[in-house]
Design a binder for this molecule. Structure first.
Ligand code: PLP
Length: 386
């Protein structure tokens, strides 16, 4: 089986597994305990936090460890709303966010908040003029993702940070699909909150962080112990934290640059091969240097997502159809609908492939050959019926 679904999750790096195993065997202490075992665990926590903070140009005390981007997104949105309800009731987001942003927003609408969903163009990018027009004095939060998980669009984060900071609002960005691939600088981009999950970068699942600008104090979403300086209750998962930091350490600037170049080349390879094989397709969101290069979403004209995904799976290729992170569920993609409209055939005839550090050119050749056969067979079947 060949794995081409790295935007959904990635396999853990062997070094990460080793680090976590060592932690589990040697350091089982509770980081809140004041004895030797607790202190050992606390040292691992501190060292790991430092690595994570440095990776986005933040200070150590600005990193709150969470169970992943879902919790980070929920915390930033729900706790900002609770904290700032007296100042205003408006929040701004986009139509193509992950459900872990859209669902807390929908919940806030039931609680009397007013949420603006900015539209996107066919590249999956917002128009800055729309954001500017939507930013009223009573706007308390703007939540716009850095990179989109389904189509790989990359939002103009620097310009958004500037616009938001001319207003009263705080700026949250979900960086789950760009962290570890692109350089992130929360200072330069004036980001107040940033969400990340470790399992997208060959780290463990159910661990991530929320960066919170230290000028802001957000109370904990979970109520209980006083961990993470009272900002996230619950005993820390030290092996996972250490594994996360190891995954980040492995992503040196040279490795990141190599991945970026590799994924860009992989994209070209797939497109050129499918073209040479005369497959009728288009790239959802288009191409362009300023896209998240590990994600490639293809509209395969005339063949349904369901048929594509099922036949690829039978042939041993793991890809994603429909929405990411909703495995097994082929709901039409809210991202493609926002980009092209409900009636567009793209909504029902697209698949996403996403590259990772273990992807090879040979795997992609095999993928293209198989996809071509599936498409030819299904189009021939349809013609036979006509
Ligand atoms: N945000 C984006 C853009 C994602 O792609 C994902 C992935 O699943 C998440 C948030 C949620 O991450 P997790 O499921 O690790 O909490």
């Amino acid at each position: 089986h060949i794995y081409l679904d790295n935007a959904a999750t990635t396999p853990m790096a062997p070094e990460v597994i080793q680090t976590m195993t060592d932690q589990m065997v040697n350091d089982f202490g509770n980081a809140s305990s004041t004895h030797y075992f607790g202190r050992q665990a606390h040292t691992v926590l501190d060292n790991s936090r430092h690595i994570l903070a440095q990776s986005i140009q933040a200070k150590d005390n600005e990193i709150i460890l969470t169970s992943g981007a879902t919790e980070s997104n929920n915390t930033a949105i729900l706790k900002t709303a609770m904290q700032r309800a007296g100042e205003g009731k408006r929040l701004i987001t986009t139509a193509i966010e992950h459900h872990s942003v859209l669902k807390p927003m929908a919940y806030l609408e039931t609680q009397g908040f007013d949420v603006v969903y900015l539209p996107v163009n066919e590249q999956g990018v917002i128009n800055l003029a729309d954001l500017k027009a939507a930013l009223t004095p009573d706007t308390i939060l703007v939540s716009i993702m850095m990179g989109n998980n389904e189509v790989g669009s990359h939002m103009p984060i620097h310009e958004i940070g500037q616009l938001v900071h001319e207003s009263n609002a705080w700026f949250h960005t979900d960086a789950t699909q760009t962290y570890g691939l692109l350089d992130i600088d929360v200072q330069a981009d004036q980001i107040d909150f940033l969400s990340v999950s470790a399992h997208k970068i060959n780290g463990p699942k159910q661990i991530g962080f929320l960066y919170v600008n230290d000028a802001i104090h957000l109370p904990s979403l979970l109520l209980g112990g006083e961990q993470e300086k009272k900002r996230r209750a619950g005993t820390e998962n030290i092996p996972a934290v250490a594994g996360f930091a190891k995954a980040v350490e492995l992503l040196t600037p040279a490795v990141k640059a190599e991945h970026q170049a590799q994924y860009t080349a992989f994209k070209q390879q797939v497109l050129e091969t499918l073209k040479a094989n005369q497959v009728a397709f288009e790239v959802n969101g288009g191409l362009g240097a300023d896209r998240v290069q590990h994600v490639l979403n293809l509209w395969i004209k005339g063949v349904s997502t369901y048929v594509l995904q099922m036949n690829l799976d039978l042939a041993g290729f793991a890809v994603s159809g429909g929405s990411a992170c909703t495995a097994g569920d082929l709901e039409p993609s809210h991202v493609l609908i926002a980009m092209y409209g409900k009636e567009s055939p793209r909504v029902a005839e697209s698949v996403r492939i996403s590259f990772g550090k273990d992807t090879t050119a040979a795997q992609l050749d095999a993928f293209c050959a198989t996809l071509t056969k599936i498409v030819e067979k299904n189009l021939a079947k349809q013609h036979a019926k006509d």
